[in-house]
Design a protein around this ligand. Structure first.
Ligand code: GUN
Ligand code: FE
Length: 423
């Protein structure tokens, strides 16, 4: 059985407010699940193999709830336009290349390798419209050892010719991907992925909604990200009261269908109420909010309303896969929100940021993102001696500093996913 003990300086957030830190602690893992965090091993765990990470930080693995694999190739380029122009000039031109499987192979090898060597253990991923390239991406994600949902993107209107499918073709290819990957993987699953309302007809959305229900598959898309985008949705769907209602009419907005919506920067009161009612998960993507100048998502409000909220890198709206960076940016943006937009919305605390990156986003995958008993053991080990300091620091200070200083880049020294050591 997969029973062992991880020894190190352990920290995790069982709630938004609570950051537990255990210096030189033990995390007992049985059958891939967390059993106990303690400072002295009980009799029953004595004899188990110990993975000795003394002096290093042991944190829950991070869940990236929103990332575009084909956009990784141009991350760090072209953050000089707003969403709709940015899609046309950068995203769509790059994504069209994935019709070529040899290009997809090279690009997705680099992408999967980057995610493997980050603090991310779970990811919800957009591919492109191309079924075979998306299956290749799924193969590579499976090899990486991470757990992921990967979507073949659906687009049947308002898109460049190379990325415009017929309604029937888009649906059929989605079914083909589901069929072809049904028994192929342990850790990789398809997810229904209408790109966003402007690129999907009502008919396609409804067929995808019925498919999600029939196949018991989750859904991912974009929601209320940018003012120009929202105005366009109003024009395209004049009889909908708000953007999210268009998804909801097609059965693509939570309820029995686990759904993650990226951004939610400008969600109206009604939209927020429906997200809450349907249990829709918000993927907050702070780097993307800034880089494509979308605006600042009201995350304090979502947390206060007890919405489900996790973090997303949104590469390449975001420029890095690092969820440590996303945490720091989420905190920074919340300070700007408080200062410039609404002084009643308190800035995010460190523990809230860590919670969102771990248990908040992990919730989309089940009992994931914490070291509480019964949680799947996803963990990252960070060697923060790569960030030297002359003064004494408490464990909490070390964790906070490792996040702000990008310790996931300098010091990732081991990684566990569902109790398997993959790095
Ligand atoms: N909305 C529709 N497509 C995209 C995309 O690729 N990135 C972002 N950030 N928003 C989108
Ligand atoms: Fe996105």
């Amino acid at each position: 059985m997969n029973d062992f003990v991880i020894r190190g300086d352990i920290a995790y957030c069982p709630t938004k407010e609570q950051l537990i830190a255990v210096e030189d602690g033990f995390l007992v893992v049985r059958g891939g699940l967390c059993e106990l965090v303690c400072t002295e091993l009980p009799q029953s765990a004595q004899g188990l193999p110990v993975h000795d990470h003394r002096g290093k930080l042991v944190l829950p693995g991070m869940a990236d709830l929103h990332i575009h694999a084909p956009q990784y190739a141009y991350r760090g380029l072209g953050a000089d336009m707003e969403l709709l122009d940015w899609l046309e000039h950068y995203a769509f031109r790059e994504e069209a290349k994935y019709a070529d499987l040899s290009y997809a192979d090279r690009a997705y090898t680099i992408f999967a390798d980057a995610l493997k060597n980050s603090a991310t253990t779970r990811a919800v991923i957009f591919g492109t419209i191309h079924t075979d390239a998306t299956r290749l991406l799924m193969d590579k994600m499976e090899e990486s050892g991470l757990v992921s949902y990967v979507g073949k993107v659906n687009m049947d209107r308002n898109s460049p010719e190379a990325l415009t499918e017929t309604t029937e073709g888009s649906f059929r290819e989605t079914v083909r991907l589901i069929r072809e990957t049904a028994d192929r993987y342990r850790s990789t699953r398809p997810i229904i992925t209408p790109r966003f309302v402007p690129s999907c007809t009502d008919e396609l959305l409804s067929r995808l909604g019925r498919l999600a229900e029939k196949e018991a598959l989750p859904v991912q898309s974009h929601l209320s990200e940018n003012p120009g985008e929202i105005a366009w949705v109003k024009e395209l769907c004049p009889d909908s009261r708000f953007y999210g209602e268009v998804y909801d009419r097609s059965g693509l907005f939570g309820g029995s269908i686990p759904t993650v919506m990226a951004h939610c920067v400008y969600s109206s009161d009604e939209e927020i109420a429906l997200m809450k009612e349907r249990g829709v998960t918000v993927a907050h993507c702070p780097a993307s909010n800034m880089n494509v100048a979308s605006g600042i998502a009201p995350i304090r409000r979502y947390l206060d309303l007890d919405l489900r909220v996790g973090l997303g890198s949104d590469v390449a709206g975001g420029h890095t896969v690092s969820l440590f960076t996303a945490m720091a940016e989420a905190m920074q943006l919340s300070r700007m929100y408080w200062r410039h937009l609404d002084s009643t919305k308190k800035p995010l605390t460190f523990s809230e940021a860590l919670y969102m990156a771990t248990k908040g986003g992990g919730g989309f995958f089940g009992k994931v993102g914490s070291f509480e008993p019964g949680y799947e053991c996803d963990a990252v080990v960070i060697d923060d001696s790569t960030l030297p300091h002359p003064q004494e620091l408490t464990l909490l200070q070390r964790v906070e500093r490792a996040v702000w200083l990008g310790g996931d880049r300098t010091g990732l020294s081991a990684k566990y996913v569902r109790g398997q050591k993959i790095l």
